[in-house]
Design a protein around this ligand. Structure first.
Ligand code: MOS
Length: 706
């Protein structure tokens, strides 16, 4: 059996564990005496809880306790006045429909579920507003500034351009739907020692949030999250429901497992906010962009603020002297949003990259030529050079691979039987960064290396990437290296988010390996061994079972002189059925300009996953809210459509694979976000090329085409 799982440079270090079921996800841990929590959620959208009748639930078999604001267990941070986040079970206020208002704990999940169904809640309803598009139309609508307005050159310069377009683009609420549901197992033991099995993108962040909320030392809290079944941004914060499970464990003195249901995934753990964006673009007749105006509105919540980078890309992606942007948040009576893969940038890219295509069409130019003509050499928003950027090369490589020369600039020119055929392109971009992380390395006389860091792996292959970095530096085969993560007791690292883990943690792995090698070289010299001696001989000669080093890596000051971004170019071919309006993405070529590729297999998988998410964003995903009731009507997988295998063609991935000279020793930039950013615009642009219909509102469903 073992031989079947031969591990080489092209495998995931945790692949075997994942495909054999050996990998344990948070909900699979069976602690002695484990009990189960099930949430009761509000059935009104706004107002006050006037009574909770829990008599029948309390008397139901197996019930151990019911938590609500009526018996709020002590949570020191919640007892302070004001502040965010929402204080679960500390208020009778209802802020959104589906808000957790009570937690029923029983000895089995089934009994907890049944008892939760017996809890009767009375409310005093208040009028509410969940209507995003309606709120934007109302000039009196309360709007928060999401980001300070930006301007370079003249405001609204597009208005006086020789050729101009002005258009509005809308995106619905999208819900993160990783296979693994959200939740936590909380075990509050004696002496305020707490063990958590969490679904989190940051074990240190979960540890700190729980420590700050319950005012206990962070060292008292052990967070375990070795395997995460998909995060996509949703697990970048500790949600109130997780605090509820910790409360329950503290009160009942038992480990409590709380896993929310699929429909609860739509309301209480964030979403990609709906957005409404207006873009004005102008160019000279020969195709030079002279003005970009981007105004965006994003959906928000009344009880907590959330902002993201919707208009970021418009500031620097094209060489326009005049750019101005605005971004507002519209607070509604809905659950607070959170980042969702590519986050605001993916939202902004749909609008900007659709608009660029519209302007190219108005100029009667090939949209690829138009982009290349307006590709800037430097970052005009921050007035400094890019650390590395191979966008023009990426355009050419992708165009050759998809067969861009087959495209006709006149829409509706190509067909294949009953299908109209078209091509589209879009660029994606996301900040490339390097934060601060610590890694410990233990080099052992048995010939193995153990690396440890409290980072996460939500799927991209962190362990694999780190192992490959170390393998190359140490000249050690990958099966001699173990990378331990997902454990808050390991050296601290940031949450896995914003495409920064490989850069941040990888830099510390680099520094650990460099240090271990120099220690071995010193030991060899001191014991008169040849410099080429391997570390096992050197450690044995020195009677050392192992050597250890911990390194903290952080961004270089040189980096401040550069703009660091990763870029992607997505090319798609679509087929649009002439009678049914069904859109099929028939070819995909995604080109990544993200520096040196450390781990080819997992990097390619990131791009494939991004494209699949992009198909969903472009064609099917839409959480539909009934504004009369403030409730989602398609909060399940039967009605909220994500792409399945049959929706996804073979995906070609090309990497520029040239090291970035500034960002880190590997020359590697992030790529989790760019895999998705821009993709939906490439699809919309291809649909236009196929049919002549410009769909400015995602998802592109058949009814919008016919
Ligand atoms: Mo990503 S949206 O930073 O998980």
């Amino acid at each position: 059996m073992e031989d079947l799982f031969f591990l080489d440079e092209n495998d995931r270090v945790d692949g075997v564990a994942k495909v054999t079921g050996k990998a344990k996800y948070f909900a699979e841990f069976q602690l002695p005496g484990l009990v189960y929590g099930v949430l009761v959620t509000s059935t009104i959208t706004k107002g006050k809880i006037t009574a909770i009748d829990a008599k029948a639930a309390n008397n139901a078999p197996g019930v151990l306790g019911i938590l609500s604001h009526l018996n709020k267990p002590s949570v020191p941070a919640y007892e302070q006045e004001g502040g965010s986040p929402m204080k679960i079970f500390y208020t009778d206020q209802v802020f959104f429909n589906g808000q957790p208002i009570a937690l029923v704990v029983a000895d089995t999940f089934e009994r907890a579920t049944y008892a939760a169904s017996l809890v009767k809640v009375s409310y005093e309803k208040a009028s509410f507003n969940t209507d995003f598009e309606g709120s934007i139309k109302d000039p009196k609508a309360k709007k928060l500034q999401g980001q300070a307005p930006y301007k370079r050159g003249l405001e609204d310069a597009y208005k006086t351009a020789e050729v101009k377009i002005e258009a509005t683009y809308t995106l619905p609420v999208e819900t993160h739907n990783p296979m693994e549901l959200h939740g936590i197992i909380a075990d509050w033991g004696p002496n305020d020692k707490v063990t958590l099995y969490a679904k989190t993108q940051g074990v240190k962040s979960t540890q700190n949030t729980v420590a700050n909320t319950f005012k206990i030392p962070a060292e008292n809290i052990q967070v375990n999250s070795e395997f995460v079944g998909g995060g996509f941004g949703m697990a970048l914060r500790t949600w109130p429901l997780e605090i509820a499970a910790v409360m329950a464990s503290k009160q009942l003195k038992k480990p409590v497992k709380l896993v929310i249901t699929r429909d609860q995934m739509f309301t209480m753990v964030g979403n990609r906010p709906a957005s409404h964006q207006k873009i004005g673009l102008g160019a000279s007749k020969d195709g030079k962009i002279t003005g970009i105006t981007h105004t965006a509105f994003g959906q928000g919540a009344t009880y907590e603020n959330f902002t993201e980078g919707v208009v970021n890309m418009s500031k620097f992606m094209y060489a326009s002297e005049n750019v101005n942007t605005n971004y507002y948040v519209v607070p509604l009576d809905m659950g607070v949003p959170i980042w969702m893969r590519g986050p605001g940038e993916a939202t902004g890219a749909f609008a900007l990259e659709s608009a660029i295509d519209e302007l190219a069409h108005a100029l009667d130019m090939d949209p690829l030529d138009f982009r290349i003509k307006n590709d800037p050499e430097t970052d005009l928003a921050q007035n400094r050079p890019f650390s590395s950027k191979y966008v023009k090369e990426a355009y050419r490589l992708g165009a050759a691979k998809i067969g861009w020369s087959n495209r006709k600039n006149k829409p509706g020119s190509l067909s294949d039987g009953p299908w109209q055929l078209g091509y589209g392109v879009s660029v994606g971009v996301f900040n490339a960064s390097r934060g601060r992380a610590s890694v410990k390395g233990i080099l052992k006389a048995d010939g193995t290396l153990v690396l440890q860091s409290a980072t996460s792996d939500i799927g991209p292959g962190t362990g694999t990437g780190m192992t490959l970095i170390a393998s190359r530096l140490m000249g050690l085969p990958v099966d001699k290296i173990t990378f331990e993560l997902g454990d808050s007791s390991l050296p601290p690292a940031p949450s896995q988010g914003g495409s920064a883990t490989l850069s941040t943690v990888g830099s510390a792995v680099n520094d650990v390996c460099v240090s271990l090698k120099s220690t071995i070289a010193e030991l060899a010299a001191n014991s008169n061994m040849p410099a080429t001696s391997n570390f096992v001989e050197v450690l044995k000669k020195n009677n050392l079972p192992m050597i250890e080093v911990t390194k903290q890596s952080q961004g270089s000051s040189e980096a401040r002189n550069y703009s660091m971004y990763s870029f992607s170019i997505h090319f798609v071919q679509v087929k649009v059925h002439q009678t049914t309006g069904v859109v099929k993405v028939s070819k995909i070529v995604s080109v990544g300009d993200s520096g040196k590729i450390v781990s080819p297999k997992t990097a390619r998988s990131q791009m494939i996953g991004g494209a699949v998410g992009g198909i969903g964003m472009a064609l099917t995903e839409e959480a539909i809210l009934d504004n009369r009731y403030g409730r989602y009507v398609n909060n399940n997988f039967a009605d909220y459509h994500v792409p399945v295998n049959a929706d996804v063609p073979d995906i070609d991935v090309i990497f520029i694979d040239k090291p970035d000279p500034v960002i880190n020793p590997m020359g590697a930039k992030g790529m989790g976000e760019i895999a998705l950013i821009g993709f939906s615009a490439a699809v919309a642009n291809a649909v236009f090329n196929a049919t002549g219909k410009r769909i400015r509102s995602l998802p592109i469903t058949p009814d919008k085409i016919l």
